[in-house]
Design a binder for this molecule. Structure first.
Ligand code: FMN
Length: 241
């Protein structure tokens, strides 16, 4: 594909076919991602790759945790505190705190994107069940045959997170070039322990997020394209002298 076509074609897919990714295509995607630039070429990230029975088992475990977490999120503070004291497995045990309250200036963008997706899917404001199901689909990897979990080295702080972001985008663009769809998922960073059971993760690597990969299913959700800001809104104005 032409580079510009790859850029334009990449979008977050939230419905995948079960078709497995051919080994050689997945390998090329990973090799291209591994060529991404990083701080002093330290490449301070590692990935855990899950497919087949491993991925299905992970999906079961993450989904179960999510189903136990969801009611807790709406529960009064004392119930949350009790769950914390009892070290309930429903509570996230990821390495980074999930964003609970968005900053005032970013919240409207988040809401516009969320509302846009639900409107696109015909899900009403009060249809809590459908909204829940859409969120729950994250933990089944939207049906994808492959998921990658991205870990960053603790020792470089924000710089390893920056490098991981570049790696992730390189990976998603390389996937697009191979005819594959992707969805980066912060939701897959909520629980570390299910991954610990299946992978020998170095202690100094922190779980950042996941990304589902596969072939896009022909479903309406995959035709959703959230609006992006015009470049002018990203520009910091010069001071008048
Ligand atoms: C780091 C990161 C985490 C994300 N987490 C999720 C997620 O948990 N679930 C989800 O459905 N989409 C997730 N997304 C996808 C964003 O919602 C999406 O990138 C954004 O709405 C812009 O849409 P586009 O990717 O189609 O351009 C994530 C994207 C990024 C980059």
């Amino acid at each position: 594909m032409e580079f510009i076509d790859v850029l334009n074609a990449r979008h977050s897919a939230r419905a995948f076919t079960r078709e497995p990714i051919p080994e050689d295509r997945l390998q090329r995607v990973l090799e291209r991602a591994a060529a991404a630039p990083s701080w002093s070429n330290t490449q301070p990230y590692q990935i855990a790759l899950a497919q087949g029975a491993d991925l299905a088992a992970l999906g079961d475990e993450l989904s179960e945790r999510f189903e136990r977490l969801a009611p807790l999120q709406r529960a009064p503070a004392w119930k949350k505190a009790l769950a914390a004291v009892r070290r309930s497995p429903a509570l996230p045990d990821g390495d980074f705190r999930p964003v609970i309250k968005y900053p005032d200036d970013l919240q409207p963008r988040r809401v516009a994107t969320g509302k846009g997706l639900y409107r696109h899917l015909g899900i009403g404001r009060d249809d809590k069940q459908a909204r829940h199901q859409q969120m729950a689909a994250n933990f089944r990897f939207f049906g994808a045959p492959t998921a990658l979990f991205l870990f960053v080295h603790k020792g470089l702080g924000v710089y390893s997170v920056l490098d991981a972001g570049i790696f992730l985008q390189t990976l998603m663009l390389a996937a697009t070039d191979e005819g594959l769809a992707s969805c980066a998922q912060g939701a897959l960073g909520l629980w570390r322990s299910p991954l610990e059971k299946r992978f020998r993760i170095p202690r100094h690597y922190q779980l950042l997020c996941g990304v589902s990969l596969g072939f896009a299913a022909d479903q309406p959700v995959n035709r959703f394209r959230p609006e992006k800001l015009p470049v002018s809104e990203l520009m910091i104005p010069r001071r008048e002298r």
